[in-house]
Write a protein that binds this ligand. Sequence first.
Ligand code: ATP
Ligand code: MG
Length: 283
Amino acid sequence: MKTLKIAIQKSGRLNEKSVELLKNCGLSFENYKSSLISSVSNFPLEILFLRDDDIPEYVQDGIADIGIVGENVIQETQVEVAYLQRLGFGKCKLKLAVPVDSSIKTVKDLEGKAIATSYPNILKNFLTKESINADIKMISGSVEIAPGLGLSDAIFDIVSTGGTLKNNGLKPFHDVISSEAILIGRKGEEDEELIQELIQRIQSVLRAKDNKYIVLNVERKNLEKVTALLPGVKSPSVIALADENWVAVHTVIPEKDFWDRINELKSAGAQGILVMPIEKIIM
Ligand code: ATP
Ligand code: MG
């Protein structure tokens, strides 16, 4: 493989984050909204901008080598692709929902009912697994208005915050799948050198985003208490300060532990705490 081709969404919910991820990987390219292909100047990569629904098939058929697309789309198109890396953005769930005053309370109550969705394949698989017979009404958009129009008793749709459901007098009652953006490739080609290099760059960006670089000052007598709270990448760096009773501690901690740790650190004697973003973490 001389030049790798990656397919990403042309416009929509995954476009901006996909472009940002590739840029954070140090790839330099023009992001013209009008063009369908962009060449990366400092890596043998071409970027194809496509409708998200087409991405799994383009990858399966070898028109693109890899792609970034929502797991919901991969499952719905039912293509055979390899999951190379979960990307942590574009998170959403596919849920079953009904009008707030509906008598449908559980999955079993869907027996014999009509369900509107843009995801008929995922829904069909789910209903088969649950041994439910229901009438699937395929509609391509605005699924949430179907019950109000009398088209269906329930809906099966993508939900991130739930605001759209609520505004349409619906309530979710069962989550079927969770989804996020995934880097996909063709099965059997995962070990291709250029693909591996790109995956490593992506992983170093994802790791960096999950962590913060922390610098703090502490009196020597409190150093042990403070370092006990800091499980760093390896161990924290301890640097002498002009005042010999004090030291500076530098380390990396996961963003998710961040606020808990900050309070514990302060009570253990840490002062002047600086928190900085990290660009990349190469392991
Ligand atoms: P395209 O024009 O490329 O076909 P689209 O309209 O089908 O785009 P978008 O609405 O841009 O798709 O959503 C792209 C993906 O973003 C979804 O497939 C899903 O994986 C993810 N996503 C995350 N949150 C939501 C949400 N609240 N609603 C819809 N999709 C979401
Ligand atoms: Mg689409």
